[in-house]
Design a protein around this ligand. Structure first.
Ligand SMILES: NC(=O)c1ccc[n+]([C@@H]2O[C@H](COP(=O)([O-])OP(=O)(O)OC[C@H]3O[C@@H](n4cnc5c(N)ncnc54)[C@H](OP(=O)(O)O)[C@@H]3O)[C@@H](O)[C@H]2O)c1
Length: 169
């Protein structure tokens, strides 16, 4: 029998243009105490440029750490709390609901750790910033080599580089 998350990811992969975007340190850390362990304005600019005018999906904790919806994007937040709401945000209670929202543009999977864990297998592409150095933290990016193959490095800056990956077929 197919694993329930595998079934979900297959349905999402077939019906949506989902892409993951993340920034990870050399030791795979992506977060610390519900915030980013670094402040790199150029990396943040890359994130905002890339996700403009599309849909963004994030876990409730990541949304709370940002504190407001991202401009010029359809903001979707996943939470198990049915009473949770925020102006300018579409709240969903499970990932199957993504199929009911009529998303016609790219859906960017923006974290955090639990969302990457669940949905990386449903993403056709991955834009991964590799931040130079090792950081302390409590949220990690999952193993992904079995899912993706490196396409090319699309941006190189002093403190990070951005790698573009495509899903293995
Ligand atoms: N470096 C990066 O690129 C990057 C990007 C984003 C986030 N981050 C970092 O990642 C950390 C947060 O990650 P996290 O894993 O702790 O939290 P998260 O993934 O942002 O949010 C977790 C929450 O999402 C909801 N959720 C998760 N799976 C669900 C499901 N299957 N169905 C319904 N709701 C679900 C739950 O909300 P409820 O508790 O409300 O039910 C859960 O508590 C922070 O440190 C943040 O700064 C880093």
């Amino acid at each position: 029998m197919m694993d329930p998350n595998e079934k979900l990811c297959r349905a999402l992969l077939e019906n949506l243009d989902m892409r993951a975007i993340a920034a990870m340190a050399e030791n795979r850390i992506i977060g610390s105490g519900n915030s980013m362990p670094w402040k790199i304005p150029e990396e943040l600019s890359f994130f905002h440029r890339t996700t403009q005018n599309a849909s963004v999906l994030m876990g409730r904790k990541t949304f709370e750490s940002i504190g407001h919806p991202l401009h010029n994007r359809r903001n979707i937040v996943v939470t198990r709390d049915p009473s949770w709401s925020h102006a300018g945000v579409t709240a969903i209670g499970n990932f199957y609901q993504l199929l009911e929202l009529g998303i016609g543009d790219t859906l960017w999977v923006c974290g955090g750790g639990s969302i990457y864990d669940a949905l990386l297998p449903a993403c056709g592409e991955l834009y991964l910033s590799i931040v130079c150095g090792k950081f302390e933290g409590d949220a990690k990016f999952p193993e992904f080599d079995h899912l993706f193959t490196l396409d090319k490095t699309i941006l190189t800056c002093p403190r990070f580089r951005v790698e573009h990956y495509r899903r293995r077929t």
